[in-house]
Ligand binder design. Structure first.
Ligand SMILES: [Zn+2]
Length: 680
């Protein structure tokens, strides 16, 4: 069974100086002053003090509320708070000095507290609610509608007693969420090998890393680098089964209790605010709109997925029967192992064979060239620009020669640095006032004098994904207001532009631009791309089925009064209903399903955005996405609006209709496509 997906984007919302003109000569980079801890602390506090002055000015207005004396002042507060929060969030993840990172963590808490206080400030709410929007443009009216909704969802318009109760419930929820996460990270388990032969099938470097201890015992832990290779490669059914049982009992039974409390707390928050369930409450400010729509989406997805997933399962079973004649089912502890065997046997693809075509520097240039060609922008590296680490590159984005944004590429591992991949906003773009900035934080192999830093295809995909977020934040960062700039929008849309850009790497025309063998300079053979694409398509439907089951669990535990919900039963039934797998008894994987704390009922977001992304990409010539004006239409309709209109409307603006599952279905079954010409 595959992992829960991680949202590779920080949605939590600096700068040293405010630029007054849209020109980089007037907007120095956020690190241009090379701050030490004291200077960083000072500039962050200056941002928060400016935000507080704006909030005080906002509530002090006498007389009619206008866009200038109210909304413009409110948005200044938003801009300053975001600037403080964004920079502290990046620095917490990247600064080489631990003390600096600790200071950043403290500034995140401080900025978040200011943000929360503003969201619960009834005077600020009343000021915006009394705003005269006559003559305001559509984006401004939409901004106010969203802000007032968010204020009401926080309960700011309720009486003092209700607000006090909501505050208490929110504090409880925060504690329950952090307990849920802590219980997972604190409960690392170990499985002992019965015999070294159980490691058969695993890569040699893995076997060498797992030597027997002085007591003769070899332990395999439930950490990801230990667990996933066993599930994929270990020939021993018994080992895979034992480690799955350990993995699926992390944080159990502790988190069964914590989850029950979280469900109850969330139900109370929702009902106090007049909603019948947490799922309905949580969906209110999202594209999907209601809990019932989540249920419909999960069912539609299941109907679309099932026939393809069954076809894949039949192939897995055929492979299994070579080893276990007469086998009738695929078990959860076999669900990563047999796909690997099928990929090798049926699709003749070894992922190591493409790495020589992807040395890091060539990939970086290739991504910049691809984005430049698609979106008609140019990228210019700032020479000798100071950043938090000497390895960080600073780039300007230009549109028709005019600067429209800046980004930082912090792409290789360092001790103490963030260990995943994400796009972090650094500054909101405000037309005529402030250029958007963002940082990509990744952990790709660094090129050295004798090693070009060869990347896995999965790493190349991740780079395109994160660059999709970056283009969205920069090109969507030309708004009148900070609060609707870039990716400040419905939370269940933000993964669509990133997932869309991932798709372009399946195009031979895109790969031809940069995938060249690091020794011979030969372009990647089209035949190899075709095999790679077919192999990577295998088991998409099975993975979607599992993601759909997780979405169903995430919805079902929050869809009603939790009094009557048996979580173990819900989890088992949803897995059985949506996936073709047999489940190992005695497991409670939901106890370590951390999204139940953070995403709550919105796990569907991943699949929802996959459906949209694939529908978007189907509008392109998938063989050569540079063809025609589709990419520019996409830039104008989807990326440039940022959060200035509803995501449902910008989907319709680009597609001419709401999204549907036609392209998604074709993508799921691509390994069965008869014509290789159509293989993307
Ligand atoms: Zn992402």
């Amino acid at each position: 069974m595959q992992a829960f997906r991680v949202l590779l984007l920080l949605t939590a919302p600096f700068m040293v100086a405010t630029a007054l003109a849209q020109d980089f000569s007037a907007q120095p980079s956020v690190w241009s002053a090379r701050p030490d801890i004291a200077a960083f602390d000072k500039s962050e506090n200056a941002q928060l003090a400016a935000a507080q002055r704006a909030i005080d000015a906002l509530v002090a207005v006498k007389g009619p509320r206008t866009i200038e004396n109210t909304l413009a002042v409110y948005d200044e507060a938003v801009r300053h708070i975001n600037s403080a929060l964004y920079l502290a969030s990046v620095i917490e993840q990247v600064h080489p000095d631990t003390a600096f990172r600790n200071k950043a963590t403290a500034m995140i808490s401080k900025s978040s507290a200011v943000q929360t206080a503003l969201s619960l400030n009834p005077d600020a709410y009343k000021a915006l609610a009394h705003l005269d929007l006559g003559g305001a443009d559509a984006a401004t009216r939409y901004y106010m509608q969203r802000q007032l909704l968010e204020f009401r969802l926080s309960g700011v318009d309720r009486d003092d007693a209700t607000r006090a109760r909501l505050k208490k419930l929110q504090d409880e929820l925060t504690n329950e969420q952090s307990a849920f996460g802590r219980n997972i990270s604190d409960d690392e388990k170990n499985v002992e090998l019965k015999d070294r032969s159980e490691l058969e099938g695993l890569p040699q470097d893995y076997i060498e890393r797992h030597k027997a201890g002085a007591d003769g015992k070899t332990l395999i832990s439930t950490t990801y680098p230990d667990y996933y290779p066993v599930m994929k490669f270990a020939k021993s059914d018994a080992l895979r089964r034992r480690i799955l049982i350990a993995f699926y009992n992390r944080a159990y039974p502790k988190n069964a209790e914590v989850l029950k409390k979280m469900m109850q707390t969330r139900y109370e928050i929702a009902t106090v605010l007049g909603f019948s369930s947490w799922a309905d409450y949580s969906a209110k400010d999202k594209m999907i709109g209601s809990g019932a729509n989540i249920a419909t989406f999960i069912n539609d997805l299941a109907t679309t997925t099932r026939p393809i997933a069954e076809r894949e399962t039949a192939m897995l079973l055929t492979e299994k029967q070579k080893i276990h004649p007469g086998a009738k089912d695929i078990w959860d502890y076999e669900s990563s192992y047999y796909p690997e065997l099928v990929r090798r046997a049926k699709f003749d693809f070894d992922s190591q064979s493409v790495r020589p075509y992807f040395p890091y520097k060539q990939v970086e240039q290739g991504i910049l060239d691809t984005a430049a060609k698609l979106f008609h922008v140019t990228f210019r590296q700032e020479a000798n620009a100071p950043a938090w680490d000497p390895s960080v590159e600073t780039w300007d984005v230009l549109d028709n020669g005019k600067p429209v944004g800046r980004f930082y590429l912090d792409m290789h591992p360092r001790p103490g640095k963030y260990s995943h991949a994400a796009m972090y906003p650094v500054l909101d773009g405000i037309r005529g006032k402030q250029l958007p900035e963002a940082a990509l934080l990744c952990n790709f192999p660094a090129p050295t004098a004798d090693d070009p830093g060869l990347m896995e295809i999965g790493d190349v995909t991740t780079f395109f994904h994160e660059f999709g977020h970056l283009m969205h934040h920069i090109l969507g960062g030309q708004q009148r207001w900070a609060g609707i700039s870039g990716i400040s929008m419905e939370a269940d849309f933000v993964e669509a532009p990133s997932q869309m850009l991932e798709e372009v790497i399946h195009s031979p025309a895109v790969l031809a631009g940069f995938a060249r063998h690091y020794q011979t300079g030969q372009p990647i053979p089209v035949e190899l791309v075709t095999r790679m694409n077919r192999a990577s398509a295998f088991r998409r439907a099975g993975n979607v089925a599992t993601q759909d089951a997780y979405s169903a669990i995430s919805y079902d535990v929050y869809k009603s009064n939790p009094a009557g919900i048996d979580v173990d039963q819900v989890a088992q039934e949803d897995m059985r209903r949506y996936t073709p797998l047999q489940l190992t008894p005695g497991t409670h994987f939901y106890a370590a399903f951390n999204h139940l704390a953070g995403y709550s009922s919105a796990y569907y977001t991943y699949m929802w955005d996959d459906v949209i992304a694939l529908d978007f990409y189907a509008q392109f010539d998938v063989g050569n996405p540079f063809t025609g004006d589709t990419a520019m239409r996409y830039r104008h309709a989807v990326l440039e609006p940022g959060g200035s209109m509803s995501a449902n409307d910008l989907v319709k603006a680009f597609l001419g209709r709401p999204q549907n599952m036609v392209a998604f279905k074709r993508w799921m079954g691509e390994e069965f496509a008869t014509s290789t010409a159509k293989a993307q």
